[in-house]
Design a binder for this molecule. Structure first.
Ligand code: CP
Length: 323
């Protein structure tokens, strides 16, 4: 493998194992791609001739749409498949589904799946490149990358920053990818939430644990507030949503009491009035919609790099010159 033209390998399954140089390269590659989405004609020929299948076995708004925008703005041909509209409902396996898609000569699969490990399982079985768009509780690498880019945009760096991930860490692939990415780039990472929503042994990932959100907010430069994943809970994790909001909710009163300029992120979708109050989500500390905007550029960068684009040629590629 040529380390310059194939710096990420065939697939992007997770941020675990990527080093600071590789992650920084993705973020730096995303920078020139941001401008494409500001143009009147949002299209460059970078992935012309490539065929990408977006295979979504779980619901998604932000990830699915922004991958599709990223692909279309890079001129790839795209096909969207959801489990409900496919032969998966008739019992066809993931591998059979992918092999049939391969038979139609595709180049890349972007997949969201409810099972942890599904992305790697597929990547090891098909020659096409695989991008993980979220697999179970395992990883959501492009979400973490867009979170990192958004923090870097607003605070100018990641190294040395204190970032606390608040809420339902137990069910969160976003938390895991953020922990890997942030730590690789030299940030200090903490988690905060009720013990029932923190994985046993989370400290072994090199993170600090806060039991009280007030203490976390006195410490942190950045809060990444996670959604309570009610669809993955069968009761018993929190006494009630009102109680959760009272004890762990990120509210304006708590922000004011912390007395610090804390950057507020949330991967979405939000449960307003549960993990985050509307006046924080829509307030001056929030960069939640900046995250969404950055999602398109980050996904363009990942697709470009996996397809063999050179990191130092991204600027030329977006102008339509040879990459
Ligand atoms: N952040 C995120 O993954 O959102 P979606 O589920 O809408 O894609």
């Amino acid at each position: 493998m040529n380390p310059v033209t194939m710096p990420l390998g065939k697939d992007l399954v997770g941020l675990e194992g990527l080093d600071a140089q590789q992650i920084t390269m993705i973020l730096d590659t995303a920078e020139p791609f941001k401008e494409i989405s500001e143009r009147r004609i949002k299209k460059v020929p970078v992935l012309r001739g490539k065929t990408i299948v977006n295979l979504f076995f779980e619901p998604s708004t932000r990830t699915r749409v922004s991958f599709e925008f990223a692909e279309k703005r890079l001129s790839a041909d795209t096909v969207n498949i959801s489990s409900t509209g496919s032969s998966v409902t008739k019992g066809e396996t993931l591998v059979d589904t992918a092999r049939n898609l391969e038979a139609m000569k595709i180049d890349m699969v972007v997949m969201r799946h409810g099972s942890s490990g599904a992305a790697r399982f597929l990547a090891e079985r098909i020659p096409s490149m695989v991008v993980n768009a979220g697999d179970g509780r395992h990883e959501h690498p492009t979400q973490a990358l867009l979170d990192l880019l958004t923090i870097r945009d607003h605070l100018g760096r990641l190294e040395g920053l204190k970032v606390c991930i608040v809420g339902d860490v137990l069910h969160s692939r976003v938390a895991r990818s953020n922990i890997f990415g942030l730590r690789a780039l030299g940030a200090q990472v903490a988690v905060c939430g009720p013990r029932t929503l923190l994985p046993v042994g989370i400290e072994d990932m090199g993170v600090r644990v806060f039991g009280r959100v007030e203490a976390a907010m006195e410490w942190a430069d950045v809060l990444n507030v996670l959604r309570l994943q009610l669809e993955r809970m069968e009761g018993g994790f929190v006494p009630s949503l009102r109680e959760y909001n009272r004890i762990y909710g990120v509210s304006r009163a708590r922000l004011e009491a912390a007395g610090r300029d804390i950057l507020i992120l949330h991967p979405g979708p939000m449960n307003r009035g549960v993990e985050i109050d509307s006046d924080v989500a829509d307030g001056p500390h929030s960069v939640i919609l900046n995250q969404v905007t950055n999602g398109v550029a980050v996904r363009m960068a990942v697709l470009y790099l996996l397809a063999g684009g050179a990191p130092d040629k991204a600027e030329a590629a977006k102008r339509g010159s040879d990459a």
